[in-house]
Design a protein around this ligand. Structure first.
Ligand code: GUN
Length: 285
């Protein structure tokens, strides 16, 4: 292996330590950042994710509440819950874990969150701010990827960044963040013709497809930086990303591992966004 690892666990630790410090300072002024996490139904993966989010809040000294709501809740009842949280001054961030049950319109639910509490960065006004390069909450996973690039002092200006995947949660906002840093950006997706010809031109590749080994060694230019957003299981049930790690790490200059790469950064950026939300409600800070 020649690539250096970008260690998301270590980077997370240092960012969470500075969040904890800031929480201590804010507490002297009677401010405690507060996050409400809403889980509808009993999706096992979602249960693990929300538990980890609440645990992370506790570790940095936030106030947090987890509302576990039966899958039978109606959309209008859920909207009423969110309305209450929008008005709750102890809550600075609201996160509705996705996916929601089929009878609930996720877009309507997300748009009902007060934009200044949209710490997931999924509200249309957060998305619009990102498009226009205005301040706003950035979605946590691509925000974490940007922090990882920053941690190796990577200057994106003029670099060719290729994003594989075009989801609302990762691919699209990722492309906009890279563009914001003056990279030349290409988004590839399932209808892209000759993917390899494009990835071979990339200085940076962010892979967010949700399938194992979609990026292999022969698709990567020597010295490229590779960020793996994937979270899959291999044939032995072991956690793995979207990148063929063994092959690609022999040509890349930097690579993120799975586990221990982008995963921990997602929750870390949620903490950062919630802290920022709390600070914004008290502009003197
Ligand atoms: N489901 C999968 N990832 C996420 C996330 O980052 N935020 C929310 N709210 N739901 C998710």
């Amino acid at each position: 292996m020649s690539a250096q690892l970008i260690n998301g666990t270590e980077l997370s630790k240092s960012i969470r330590a500075s969040v904890t410090q800031r929480v201590k300072q804010l507490s002297k002024q009677g401010i405690t950042p507060g996050l409400a996490v809403i889980l509808v139904g009993e999706n096992p993966a979602s249960q693990v994710y929300v538990r980890n989010k609440v645990k992370a809040c506790e570790e940095v000294g936030f106030y947090s509440i987890l509302e576990s709501i039966p899958a039978t809740i109606s959309e209008s009842e859920l909207l009423t819950h969110i309305e209450k949280l929008n008005k709750n001054p102890k809550i600075h961030g609201i996160l509705v874990q996705l996916p929601l049950p089929g009878h609930i319109d996720s877009s309507r639910v997300i748009e009902s969150i007060a934009p200044d509490k949209d710490v997931d960065g999924f509200h249309i006004s957060s998305a619009g701010a990102l498009v226009k390069g205005l301040p706003g909450f950035w979605p946590c996973t691509p925000f974490g990827c940007m922090k990882m690039l920053e941690s190796i002092n990577y200057d994106l200006k003029g670099k060719h960044a290729v994003v594989m995947g075009r989801s609302h949660i990762v691919g699209k906002p990722m492309a906009l963040m890279l563009l914001e840093k003056n990279a030349t950006v290409t988004i590839c997706h399932s209808a892209t013709v000759d993917l390899k010809a494009i990835t071979l031109q990339a200085d940076v590749i962010v892979v967010a497809v949700g399938k194992r080994k979609v990026l292999t060694r022969d698709m990567v230019k020597p010295g490229a930086v590779v960020i793996d957003v994937g979270m899959n299981r291999d044939d032995n049930g072991k956690l793995c990303g979207d990148v063929d790690f063994e092959g690609v790490s022999s040509v890349a200059s930097f690579i993120t591992p799975v586990p221990g790469g982008v995963g921990p950064m997602t929750i870390t950026m949620l903490l950062q966004n919630t802290l920022d939300a709390a600070q914004k409600t008290h502009p003197a800070n």
